[in-house]
Design a protein around this ligand. Sequence first.
Ligand SMILES: [Zn+2]
Length: 630
Amino acid sequence: MCKRFGHNAPRPVSIQTLVLCVVGCACQAAHGQPAAAPLTTAPAPSNGDSTARPTFSPEAYLAHVAYLASDELGGRGIGTDGIRKTTEYIAGTFQRLGLKPAGADGSYFHAFDMKAGATLGDDTTLRITGIEAQPTLLHDYVPFPFSSDKAFAGEVVFCGYGLVNAERQHDDFIHLDLAGKVVLVLRGEPPGWQEEGHFTTFASFQSKVSSARNRDAAAILIVNPKPEADQTDELMPFQPGSNSSDFGLPALHIRRTLADAMLTAGGLKTLDGLQTKLDAGQSCSAALKSIRAEGRPAIRWDRTEVRNVVAVLPGRGPNADECIIIGAHHDHLGTQLPGQGPARGEPSDTPAIFNGADDNASGVAGVLELAAAFARRGPTRRTLVFMTFTAEESGLIGSQRFVADPTIPLDKTIAMLNLDMIGRMPEGRDRVQVFGVKSADEFDEILIECAEQVGIELNSAAAALGGSDHASFYVKGIPALHFYTGVHDDYHTPEDDTERINEQGAARILEFVYAVTEELADRDAKPTYSTGGGASHPRSGFKVVMGLMPGFGESDAPGMEVAAVSPGRPADQAGIRRGDRIIRVNDAKVNNVEDYMAALRGKRPGDKLTIVVQRGEEQMTLEVILASGH
Ligand SMILES: [Zn+2]
C-alpha cells in the first residue's frame, strides 16, 4: 500500500486528485519499483466462501483507468515509453496482488518483436523522362505508407480514377496492357458515386493499388483531384504505423503540378480538363507518349520489442490443471504529432494524445480489479490466468502471437473472457453486451443465471469472431466471450478520456464477470466448445461472407492465412481448411487481409469465386459460392 498520499485516508474526491495520487505512485515506478496499485476497497471473503460476492469500488477502478489513460502514458502506442510503463504498471500490480508470473522465463512478460513504423531512406528516388524539372522527395512526391520498397521503371499510363466497379460496369483499366507500366490515377471517385457522403470502398487506395497490381503494373502514382476552394494540394505525410501493411506495389503520392507536367508533355490534357471529362462519365485512360517514370521508395521498417503481460492464481482441486483466461488489450493509438494525418477527428497543430480511456484502459482496469478480488477470495478449483495483450490495435498481433507461442497450456484452457471497452455503460442503464455466447453450448444459461444473480441487463450476441483478442482464442478451439458497453463518438479519437468513463457501470460489469468467472472456475463440467460462434461479426458490414477468419500475424509465406473456417459456411463447403493460405481470388492476387477484403468488395450473395489456396506444398483451385452477410 502506498503511504505517500495516505491512500487509506478518505477517498480522493476529484479525478485530478485521483490522477495526482496515481501519478505519485507512477513516479515511484519511475524509481524502479512497480507502481502501487490501489486495491479494491470492498474486502472480499478470504475463506474461499464464494457465496459472498464482492462489490467493486468504482473509485479504485477509476484510479487504474486514470493512470493508464493519463497523458504521461501518451496513449500507449507501440514502441513508446508509455506502453512500456503500462506493462510495468500491470506487472507491478499483479506482483503486489501475489499473482504468480506466467510469462516467459519466470517473468510476467511474454515478449516478442514486431514492426513499429518505418523511416524513409533519403536514397528514395523518382525520375521522370520527358519533362524538364525533376521531382524532389517530400516536395513533389512521397511514398505511401503502404508502398512496397521495390525499384520500378516503365512508361506512364493515365487511368482516370483507377476504378473497377462491376455493379456500374465501370473499369478504368479496360483494354489497357499495363504489364510493366507505371499507372497514374486520380484520388477519389466521380461525384455521384459516394454513399451517404462517403467515398465508396472502390475509391480506397487499397482497391486502386490491387487493381493496378493485378494487371502487373510496375508502380502506381496517385494525384489529388481538383482541390475545393478552401483546400490546397497537399501530399500525405509519410507515417507508417505498426499496422501498416505493404500492398505489394511501389505507390507514390505526387503533386498536381508534377502530374500536369507529365500529362501535357505526354500529349494529354491537363488534370483539370481530364477530371471534367471523367466527372461527366467519359473515359480518359491513355498512355502518355514518351513519358517514363523510374525510381525506388526506400522504406526501412523499424522493429521493436513488445510484450503481453501474464499472471496466474493457481487453482486448488481436481481441475486445477485447467484454466480460464481473463484478458484485455493494453495498447492503444499513442500520440499523433502535429501535421500527422488524422486517424479520426480533426488534424491538430498540437500533439493529440489518444488516451484510450474506454479503449482499453477500461478493460485493463477491469482485469486488475478482478485479479485483486480473486486474490482476496482465495483459490478457485480451476486456475485463473489474468493477462493483457499488446498490439491489438495493429490487428490482434499480441493475442495471435500468444496463441501461436503460449506460456500456458491452451489445450487445458476451458474459456477466455475478454474485456474490451467496458467503460461507457449508458447513463441510467445497468446493461452489458456480451459477444461469443454461441461459442459454447452452456454459455447462454450461465450468462443468464449470473446476470440474474447480479441483477444486470444482458444483451448477448452469438459471434465470437469479432474484432478483438477473444477471436484469437476462439479460432484455437477455446470458447470465448467479449464484454462490451458499445461504440461511441469518441471511439479512436483524442476525446476518449477518463472523464467520460462510467465507473459505476464498469463496477457493475465486474460483479457480473466475477460471477461468470467463478461459475466457470468452480463448476464440475467445463463448457463445450461450439462452432456456433463462427458467424461473422455483425459489425463487419460486408454484404457477403465466406465464413472464414483471416490470420493477422506477420509471415513471409505468400497469401493470406486462413485462421478459422466456420463449419457449413461457403469456405467450408468449398473445401478451404484452417491453415490454408489464400493466394488468389479470381484474377486478384492476395498478399494480405486487405487484398482479400478488396477482392470481396462489390460481390453479391450467390456470386461464384475461384479461390487458389496454398496448402503446404500443394496449390489447389476451389470454387466458392458466396452467402449473404446479413
Ligand atoms: Zn479495443
